[in-house]
Design a protein around this ligand. Structure first.
Ligand code: MF3
Ligand code: CO
Ligand code: CO
Length: 257
């Protein structure tokens, strides 16, 4: 497979899919509170995606994934499976939404803090979001994938955090996961050069402790080996001649540079 350049009509469909994915995160926000189970979050999202938006939840049955969203709590790095576990005050949780509209995918995730969260957890959440934005800010025609990874790694490690290596961002379009692999670590100027019309995700997973992970027996849930906290944020981003366009921007992000 090689990196596809989207046509103007495909880009318009990706804008629609991206906005719809962002709207699911906005819809679910008030529900992410102490006492709710991640199964309940999954059900609310599934119902909204299917019956309100008329979109398809991409994770459901994707390579055998059993639910419509991913919910990754505390030391879970990514791909947490919704269950009957209740959220409690102090938890940090990533909710990852991917919808398909008109054959095109929008993929985005954010962290939520449940009730009163410790300052060190809050700091990890905020620094991880900033790392994602710093990676995204590298994007423009002619920049390389290594520029994105380098910006994220440098910032995360300068804050004494570590970058997960086993999972990465990806091209996205008609397929959930397309070329290229978008690593969240690397060297400036290395890797594939970006071209206007490419669409990729940037979705760094940053650990408070060491970078190593393990996947649980369910075949999906990735957790930190040292049980330290992990955070992740994700956007779907279009490469343009002079920069980028975030396709999954939420209203709360309208104050960004
Ligand atoms: N949404 C994840 C990503 O950002 C992928 C989840 S795969 C699933 O790439 F099967 F767990 F849904
Ligand atoms: Co993704
Ligand atoms: Co995702």
């Amino acid at each position: 497979m090689s990196i596809t350049i989207k046509t103007e009509s495909e880009i318009e469909k990706m804008r629609v899919a991206g906005k719809l994915a962002a709207e699911v995160l906005e819809m679910i926000a008030p529900h992410v509170v102490s006492g709710i189970t991640t199964d309940e979050l999954d059900n609310i999202c599934h119902d909204y995606i299917v019956n309100v938006q008329g979109t398809i939840p991409a994770p459901l049955n994707y390579r055998g994934f059993p639910k419509s969203i991913c919910t990754s709590i505390n030391q879970t790095v990514c791909h947490g499976i919704p269950s009957n576990k209740k959220l409690k005050s102090g938890d940090i949780i990533n909710v990852d939404i991917t919808v398909i509209k008109d054959g095109y995918h929008g993929d985005t995730s954010k962290m939520f803090c449940v009730g009163e969260v410790s300052p060190h957890a809050k700091r990890l959440v905020n620094i991880t979001q900033e790392a994602m934005y710093l990676g995204i800010k590298q994007i423009k025609q002619g920049a390389t994938l290594g520029d994105i990874g380098h910006a994220i790694q440098k910032f995360a490690e300068s804050n004494r955090y570590s970058v997960v290596r086993e999972f990465c961002g990806h091209g996205i379009g008609k397929n959930f996961h397309e070329d290229p692999h978008v690593l969240h670590y690397g060297k400036q100027g290395e890797g594939e050069a970006l071209e206007a019309g490419m669409i990729i995700t940037v979705e760094p997973m940053i650990n408070l402790g060491k970078r190593h992970i393990k996947v649980l027996g369910d075949g999906w849930t990735a957790v930190t080996k040292d049980h330290s906290l992990s955070a992740q944020w994700e956007h779907t981003v279009l490469v343009t001649e002079n920069g980028y366009e975030i396709l999954t921007l939420r209203q709360e992000e309208s104050t960004l540079p």
